[in-house]
Each structure stands twice: as C-alpha cells, then as structure tokens.
Design a protein around this ligand. Sequence first.
Ligand code: FMN
Length: 188
Amino acid sequence: MSQDRQLTVVAFAGSLRRASYNRALLRAAQEMVPPQMTLSILEIDGIPLFNEDVEQQGDPEPVARFKQAIREADGLLIATPEYNHGVPGVTKNAIDWASRPPRQAVLDGKPVAILGASPGITGTARGQSQLRQAFEFTNSYCMPQPEILVYQAHQKFDAEGRLTDEKTRAFLGKFLLAFREWIQRLAG
Ligand SMILES: Cc1cc2nc3c(=O)[nH]c(=O)nc-3n(C[C@H](O)[C@H](O)[C@H](O)COP(=O)(O)O)c2cc1C
C-alpha cells in the first residue's frame, strides 16, 4: 500500500450511555488523529439484539449500515467498557452481527484495535482480553500492542467528557500512530 494513501478508520463505543467515557475516549482520538488517517464514530444504538431468525429475513437497516461502514473502512477501532469482568453485551452484540456470514464477514481480515476506559483500577483489562478472543474466530487482525487501559476514568475526563489527562492524551496519540502503522503493514 502506498504510505501516502488516506486511511479510513471507523470506530464505535460499546456503551449506549450518553456520558460514556468510552465514547468520550473516541472523541479524543478523533481530535488527535494522525495525518493520513480519518476516524468516524459509528452509533450502534439502533442495532437490535442478534437473532438468527431476523438475520435470515435480511439485515435490519442499522445493521446493514454498520456492516457497510466496516466493509468500506481500512480499520476498526473499538472502545469497550468492561462489565462483570467481561465484554458488555452491547459490544459483543455488535460484533456478532458484523461477524456474519462466517468467513465472508466484514470482519474477516480486518485490522482492529481495542481500547477501553473504566472508573476502576484495571481499566477494562479483562473485558479487552475477552474481546480479543472473538477476533480469533472472525479472523480479524487485532493489534497486539500497544494496549490502552484508561483506569480511574472519572479523574481523566472533565464534566463535558473531554479527556484532560495529559499522559493519557500522549499515549492515545502513540496508540493511533501504531494503529496506522498496523493497517499499513497488513495492507503490504
Ligand atoms: C453491569 C455493570 C458491570 C460493571 N462491571 C465492571 C467491571 O467488571 N469492571 C470495571 O472496571 N467496571 C465495571 N463497571 C463499571 C463501568 O466500568 C462503568 O459503568 C463505565 O463508566 C462504563 O463505561 P461507559 O462510561 O463507557 O458507559 C460495571 C458497570 C455496570 C453497569
């Protein structure tokens, strides 16, 4: 791939909460996206619970739009919360829709990166780790390093949801550069 080509990345937060730290983290990423990369945030609140009977009738419109956006993108970025030491249903449900049909899915061979924020001290470590397992089955190329675990998130965002912690902002910048390089490397 030409190193000069503009890369398109789509992102979603695995939280439907209006003041979600994870969506705020994606907004911060959008502000500091490196050159030759664009980042669009997808809203997933219209995606229904996965049901194979519904799928057989054809993807519902929000699902079709979600899958098409991933298909057209060079990479997928996911900011996931951690619920009960695992991946929240909202995150997993979106991935389950996008994983279909197996082996021809929009996730097949797609470069993916995961990040996450939580008010706790482990910063979504277990949730992220579990999500990586799903990408083994979907044959997606999940960036192994660097990892971003935004712990004690309530101290790192202000009341408007702006990422104010300078160390986290610097690390997020490096993470985005690494993801750009990961996508370029996979594209050959
Ligand atoms: C059902 C539930 C389970 C949770 N379990 C965890 C957990 O296992 N680990 C953790 O760090 N935070 C946990 N939390 C707290 C979330 O990290 C917190 O609500 C966070 O703000 C959710 O992400 P969001 O801000 O993007 O919505 C849990 C919250 C809920 C509602």
